[in-house]
Design a protein around this ligand. Structure first.
Ligand code: SAM
Ligand code: DTB
Ligand code: SF4
Length: 317
């Protein structure tokens, strides 16, 4: 495992050297022309009891998000079929919950997992905190991946969320890992964190063993009504530096260029792909926030002479 100093040294390398190293590592483990398309589905939207300062779905902030109860299983499956037809290989279902509770709603989520798995897609869910039995039920139903972000450094986390702790987050990650689920964990940039917070955030991720199979890097979608509505936009090269450093630290993991792409130029996204990002969320919407849309993403991939990944195309060394 690398030390904080080693991670900082990588992150602060001269830009051409950092990109060269990241692109080299990328090619050693992946077909660098491939981009995985994933689709998000907000299966339960808004009215979340948590106070994550960045989130449009927290009940504590007056945002424009329309609260919606748990979706019907059939509607979710329709969404998954459409996503698959549009080239997505992974379907990620997200609920604005603090934690999973047993009962009809969780039973319905289990049916969603079974149904999406039955289509032959990779299944990911992000439902807040889960206990061991719940994680095992998800795994048994065919769920492949659990998304649960650590978001930032331990120190900065406490400034943006008060309703749960960093250790709660780490415990859930341990629980899902022990249940045999793959782990998807990353964070958000542009919330007012320092460079040092970003280095520590990456360091915390390297402490997870085994490493998360996916590392989503989100750029904050600053949303009216949330405490972070006026956050200063992230400098584009800061994003590329973080993607490149993540690629070097997690050679065999997916590095996903996640939220915030509507605020990025195509050139910036291309630079992120060169720096090692090899996955994105496609579709018009993330969970509640806007996203470039599948036709834009297909055109971008085509313009760059790249390919939308069709199955498990990784060439892990
Ligand atoms: N409620 C569950 C949880 O918090 O784990 C699952 C859904 S939650 C919306 C999933 C992740 O989306 C969060 O952990 C956060 O990293 C990311 N996210 C939420 N709002 C965001 C925003 N405005 N910009 C960027 N990323 C955001
Ligand atoms: C992740 O890291 N980013 C996705 C997914 N995991 C669940 C969610 C982004 C949410 C952006 C804000 C919204 O759409 O509400
Ligand atoms: Fe709720 Fe998740 Fe949003 Fe936090 S990030 S307010 S837990 S939906």
């Amino acid at each position: 495992m690398r030390t904080v100093d080693e991670i900082r040294a990588l992150h602060d390398l001269p830009f051409p050297e950092l990109l060269y190293r990241a692109a080299t590592v990328h090619r050693e483990h992946w077909d660098a022309q491939d981009i995985q398309f994933c689709t998000l589905d907000s299966i339960k939207t808004g009215a979340c009891p948590e106070d994550c300062s960045y989130c449009p779905q927290s009940a504590r902030y007056a945002t424009e998000v329309k609260v919606e109860p748990l979706k019907e299983v059939e509607r979710v499956l329709e969404g998954a079929k459409a996503a698959q037809a549009a080239g997505s290989t992974r379907y990620c279902m997200g609920a604005a919950w603090r934690e999973v509770r047993e009962g009809e709603q969780f039973d319905a989520v289990i049916d969603m997992v079974k149904g999406v798995k039955g289509l032959g897609m990779e299944v990911c869910v992000t439902l807040g905190m889960v206990n061991k039995d719940q994680a095992l039920r998800l795994k048994d139903a065919g769920c492949d991946v659990y998304n649960h972000n650590i978001d930032s450094s331990r120190e900065f986390y406490e400034k943006i969320i008060t309703t749960r702790t960093y250790d709660d987050r780490l415990n859930t990650l341990k629980t899902v890992r022990e249940a045999g689920l793959e782990v998807c964990s990353g964070g958000i940039l542009g919330m007012g964190e320092t460079q040092e917070d970003r280095i520590h955030f990456l360091h915390e991720l390297t402490k997870l063993e085994p490493a998360p199979e996916s590392v989503p890097i989100n750029q904050l979608v600053a949303t009216e009504g949330t405490p972070l509505a006026d956050a200063k936009p992230l400098p584009p090269f800061d994003l590329v530096r973080m993607i490149a450093t993540a690629r070097i630290l997690f050679p065999t993991s997916r590095v996903r260029l996640s939220a915030g792409r509507t605020a990025m130029t195509d050139e910036l996204q291309a630079l992120c792909f060169f720096a090692g990002a090899n996955s994105l969320f496609t579709g018009d919407k993330l969970l509640t926030a806007p996203n470039p849309g599948q036709s834009h993403d297909h055109s971008l991939v085509q313009a760059l002479g790249m390919k939308v990944e069709r199955g498990a195309a990784a060439v892990h060394a």
